[in-house]
Design a protein around this ligand. Structure first.
Ligand code: UD1
Length: 356
């Protein structure tokens, strides 16, 4: 059976790294890279490090406005899908690449397999929320990471084809953390154990709103710990466009670096005193690493991390952001909230039962 996987962003490559290896033991996988992320540091290094097979198709779509980016992906995808005629199309998560793949599949009457289904922030202003809702509603098999994700789907009337399998990102962490710890030491980054806070910012909500972006950078510059900040290209561009470089240049503790690889990220998460982020994946990785996390957003899809006290939400415009960053504390003792690290095996055997 031929399964076509469609993806194109950094977090999707991490998930492919965990799933493809297992999927290919049972299926003929055709990998299509939309090219939504195209810099080596945002994509290429993930292929290399996670040993992801070379894509069968590179669409090279790149950045654009949402409508144009998604539309250009759909035009290119339709041609590839019509040529390959896969029995199912597999998409991950909530990016524009996910939605483009799902719409093209649905229009050609090809069953959609959605990994990381059922997540909701209940904020329809986020492009990711629209991508998730639309994809879930046209999927045949929906693999959810948690019970809460299944409940979200039920509320929208989706019960058929839903399987709770755990989180493939936990599979990825379990497989890679040992490799990360073998490969790196803190000296490589001139950092000390628990002597720094790891930060990531890239959400449109934060980067495209100068008031929020300024508040975040000012708070970072006020804390006494080192803020180690691997910067997404979009954030870099927005800092330059908004004239905020001076905040960074005048600060003694903000250390901006280029985007880092997955193994570097896992290593630095594990050794950080705390993590401050607006990424979905990094909130969970903080929880897996047993490191407290502050999420610079008003809602999160990963509600379990909040309920157990490992993660807190904060609007960057709230007062005392820097105090909140410095005073993060650990949560309840860890139980396994995101499965057993065997999600890829479960997904593969359910696909086999469904289609073969
Ligand atoms: C996308 C996803 C987001 C995911 C994130 C992970 C959508 C709607 N959003 O956001 O859910 O969390 O990926 O990183 O799909 N850019 C580069 N080089 C690259 C990639 C991007 O310079 O390799 C810059 C471009 O200036 C571009 C901007 O980043 O305009 C935004 O890129 P885009 O892929 O549209 O969205 P992300 O912010 O990366």
């Amino acid at each position: 059976m031929k399964i076509m996987t469609i993806a194109g962003t950094r977090p999707q490559l991490v998930k492919i790294g965990a799933v493809s290896r297992i999927l290919r033991e049972s299926f003929n996988e055709i990998l299509v890279n939309t090219g939504q992320h195209y810099d080596y540091k945002m994509a290429g290094v993930f292929f290399d490090e996670l040993k992801i097979p070379k894509p069968d198709y590179d669409l090279g779509v790149g950045s654009d406005s949402h409508g144009r980016q998604t539309g250009r992906m759909m035009i290119a995808l339709e041609e590839v899908v019509e040529k390959e005629k896969p029995s199912a199309i597999l998409v991950y998560g909530d990016t524009n690449s996910t939605l483009a793949g799902a719409i093209v599949a649905a229009k050609l009457h090809i069953p959609i397999i959605h990994i990381e289904a059922g997540l909701r922030s209940y904020n329809k202003k986020m492009p990711e929320e629209l991508n998730r809702i639309l994809t879930d509603h046209i999927s045949t098999l929906l693999f959810t990471p948690t019970e809460n994700a299944g409940d979200n789907l039920k509320r929208e009337g989706i019960e058929e084809g839903v399987h709770q399998v755990g989180d493939v990102m936990y599979d990825a962490v379990k497989f890679n953390i040992g490799l990360a710890e073998e490969k790196y030491k803190l000296d490589d980054f001139a950092l000390e154990e628990k002597g720094y806070i790891l930060g990531t910012i890239h959400r449109a909500d934060n980067t495209d709103n100068p008031e929020r972006l300024r508040a975040i950078l000012e708070a970072f510059s006020e804390v006494k710990e080192i803020i180690y900040l691997p910067l997404h290209p979009r954030t870099k561009k927005m800092i330059e466009n908004s004239g905020f470089q001076s905040i960074v240049e005048q600060s003694e503790n903000i250390r901006i670096v280029e985007p880092i690889s997955y193994l570097e990220m896992l290593f630095l998460e594990k050794n950080a005193k705390a993590i401050v982020t607006d990424s979905g994946g990094v909130q969970k990785e903080a929880y897996f690493a047993k490191v407290p996390c502050l999420t610079l957003r008003d809602q999160t899809e990963w509600v379990e991390t909040i309920e157990t006290g490992w993660n807190q939400l904060v609007n960057p415009l709230e007062e005392n952001l820097s105090v909140k960053i410095s005073n993060l504390t650990v949560g309840e003792p860890i139980e396994n909230l995101y499965g057993d690290g065997q999600a890829a095996q479960k997904i593969t055997s359910i696909i086999q039962k469904q289609f073969i």
